[in-house]
Design a protein around this ligand. Sequence first.
Ligand code: NAP
Length: 463
Amino acid sequence: MAYQSTNPFTGEVFATFPTTTDAELEQAIAKADQAFKSWRSSSFAERRAVMEKAAAILRAETDDFAKIMTLEMGKTLAEARAEVELSAQILDYYARYAEELLQPQKLDVADPKTGRAVVYNEPLGVLLAIEPWNFPLYQVIRILAPQISAGNTILLKHASILPQSAAKAEDLMRRAGLPEGAFTNLYPSHAQVETIINDPRVHGVALTGSEGAGAKIASQAGKALKKTIMELGGADAFIVLDDADLEKTVKWAVFGRHWNAGQVCVSAKRMIVVDSVYDRFLEKYMAGIAELRAGDPMDAATTLAPLSSQSAADDLKRQLDEAISHGAKAKEAGVQLPNHGAFFQPTVLTDIGEDNPARYFEFFGPVSMIFRAKDEADAIRIANDSPYGLGGSVFTSDEQRGVEVARQVETGMMFVNHPTMVKADLPFGGIRRSGHGRELIDLGIKEFVNHKLIDVVDIDAPF
Ligand code: NAP
């Protein structure tokens, strides 16, 4: 497995990096462990300064960070710029709140004479972060900002198609003043990842990626008895109720399914539309997709980017073929595609029967599954008929109704009148095969801290 940058728009391989040697791996773990011994005692002011400096660098050099993402995985430059800003906002968030979120908690114990109990939030140590290619910077910052702010140190294993984005993240933190060893990018083989997980100096593993990778890494971590968080795949429901504002709903549906070329864990992958508005929705949705402009992701006019690689496009095609072979009907949107690049024709799938295995697929690209629901209750039933439980949305003109439906959908995040949203100050994570644990806000920063009880007891306390 090579660490290689390939431009998905041109097909050009423009950089290759050697795999980390075993000696380099050992040195990186030792340094991360060493760095932890001092970083754990750093003041919140020191950590805040690093977060603020990193955010300032990102804002000052937005295009540098954005361009390498576009070159390595093909997202539009506009989306890459927005990702840089989102990452800066996450750094800002923890600069501002980490100290407050990690304040010791004095417990309200039943008999105060027998104990003055306080829970302290102490860092665990070296963590391994394994990250996917779809958000080259944001995924790294989402784990880095809270965990570095909590006093942990991190070894990064980024996706093998993003070696330069990964190196740039390490360089960012070095320039922001983080001590050497506190955040190290590696280019390990999958076997070496297991070595890291088994190393006694490593105390936790955070993986964002596919369900398959999650199952493997969680079982390796389980054997080694290491705490994990797993941010895995999803097939978000996008429920359209009979009272939804159809014009606006369709706009969000087109956006929710096609931003980042449809390669988002929380893309609106399953449109579930109640019978009374189904036909009108479908007609408008097809028309909306047809307006997408495929082209050079560096071009501001492009609204449909290539997929991250030709192999991603080939895998998506195989899934689509399987859905069709089991009876689903496919209709292409007719977007004009460039004659090179890993583009995929946006396609809408309907008539996906209860026995069609594709019903439970995660289509990681511009393929929309559309389901006709008899009514609201049926829409909720279809939404919950999924192995995943990441995000989801409900469109209705009645806010309270939206909240009530949202409460019945079994996922980690639900939005009324917006596709699942990603923000610096909202929690992120799912249930079922979408993983476990949460990232961001207070939940994220507390995932890898030792909630340590210290109870000061009167020595004369009765037995
Ligand atoms: P992936 O193939 O699972 O890869 C994710 C990361 O895991 C990469 O760094 C990959 O490295 C590594 N990896 C995979 N198998 C491994 C193994 N056996 N041992 C060690 N490392 C391993 O996922 P992807 O294709 O990059 O990303 C798309 C998936 O991520 C989708 O399913 C998407 O829904 C999910 N995702 C979830 C979230 C969330 O927050 N819930 C966010 C974004 C994406 P290599 O590149 O070297 O294989």
